[in-house]
Design a protein around this ligand. Structure first.
Ligand SMILES: *Cc1c(COP(=O)(O)O)cnc(C)c1O
Length: 350
């Protein structure tokens, strides 16, 4: 539980004072039969389905489904064009270009650094431990009075493991800035921190429909936080940041959660199988524990394996240049058939 924490004091002055764009859909929300307020084409769209009307700027129907799914309320949910939109918005809300800094814990997701660079925000890097856990002391030694956000990815990409819950809570307790916990892979793991948004006003959780929900092409990302931060995100976002098609399909996807649950079980099963089979190969040196839908595997010679697999038409991700990832490839768990092909290709080598 965090008390005496003022979010407003962290927000850029221009954002606090910002008067957001007010769209036709913002200004009229009632029932009507003739909409002549938004310069839309009342005839329809020249394609199979009609998309001639502007979408709901706040995606309330989608958020209603998400609130139920995640056991939280609409006012605690932001929906964006992928979680990458949420990341960029957080920079624009909290970080003064050329002055503030944020902290990331490598090896981790690359988008935090790109977003920092785009927004001219300095980056402080505090590496994860060799076990890919948070270096809590290092984080506190390295932060300064301009450190506005700390990005924690859990399960972490590319290592696959969850961060220790107590370490994250320590950071939430002691850091008087925004703690962004990226849970893109949480559907494969056992413990989300979403319910902690009640206790920690500085916590923002990122999730997405891109991974377990299989909706990467439709770009639906989510942020969960207290109402103050969500309101700020809604104020700064583009008025119609999610298109009508994505909103509709997102609602469908959440309603079809049973299919996703089945896939998650299957992917976890396949992952177990892969861990066992990969472990038998003499050129596999280590497989990092994974709570995600991928494995970080250390080989004796990652580059050779990478190109060998490529010659067989199989692409994996070479992560060997990242900190503590020497000779590591990141392998996504695919279908049973795909995984078998990968294993057979590797077995041919040994
Ligand atoms: C894939 C991934 C995302 C991307 O999410 P989108 O919603 O597709 O933008 C975010 N964070 C991490 C750690 C990821 O691996």
């Amino acid at each position: 539980m965090k008390t005496k924490f003022e979010i407003e004091s962290l927000v850029r002055k221009n954002i606090l004072e910002l008067k957001p764009y007010s769209s036709a859909r913002d200004e009229f929300k009632g029932e009507a039969s003739i909409f002549l307020d938004a310069n839309e084409n009342a005839h329809g769209s020249p394609i199979e389905n009609n998309f001639n009307r502007y979408p709901d700027p706040l995606q309330l129907r989608l958020k209603t489904e998400l609130a139920q799914l995640k056991n939280t309320s609409i006012q605690n949910i932001f929906v964006g064009n992928g979680s990458d939109e949420a990341i960029d918005l957080l920079f624009r809300i909290f970080c003064e270009p050329g002055k503030d800094n944020v902290m990331v814990c490598p090896p981790t997701y690359g988008m935090y650094e790109v977003s920092a660079n785009i927004n001219d925000i300095q980056l402080k890097k505090v590496n994860l431990t060799p076990e890919f856990q948070l270096d809590v002391k290092g984080i506190f030694d390295s932060k300064d009075s301009n450190t506005k956000m700390i990005f924690i990815c859990s399960p972490n990409n590319p290592s696959g493991n969850l961060m220790n819950r107590n370490d994250v809570i320590q950071v939430l307790e002691k850091f008087n800035g925004i703690v962004v916990v990226d849970e893109a892979y949480i559907d494969f793991a056992y413990e989300s921190l979403v319910n902690l948004i009640e206790d920690y006003p500085n916590l923002v959780i990122l999730q997405t429909l891109s991974k377990a929900y299989g909706m990467a092409g439709l770009r639906i990302g989510m942020a969960f936080s207290n109402k103050t931060i969500i309101d700020l995100m809604n104020k700064v976002k583009a008025p119609y940041n999610l298109n009508e098609y994505s909103i509709k399909q997102g609602i469908e996807a959440v309603k079809n959660k049973v299919i996703v649950d089945k896939w998650i079980l299957e992917i976890k099963n396949e992952k177990r199988k892969m861990i066992n089979a990969l472990g038998e190969l003499d050129f596999v040196l280590k497989i990092n524990p994974s709570q995600a839908n991928f494995l970080l595997v250390k080989f004796n010679d990652a580059k050779t394996i990478y190109h060998y697999l490529l010659s067989k038409g199989i692409v994996v991700r070479d992560r060997s240049l990242q900190v503590n990832c020497e000779n590591c490839l990141r392998i996504t768990i695919g279908t049973n058939e795909e995984n078998t092909k990968l294993l057979n290709a590797l077995k041919e080598l040994s």
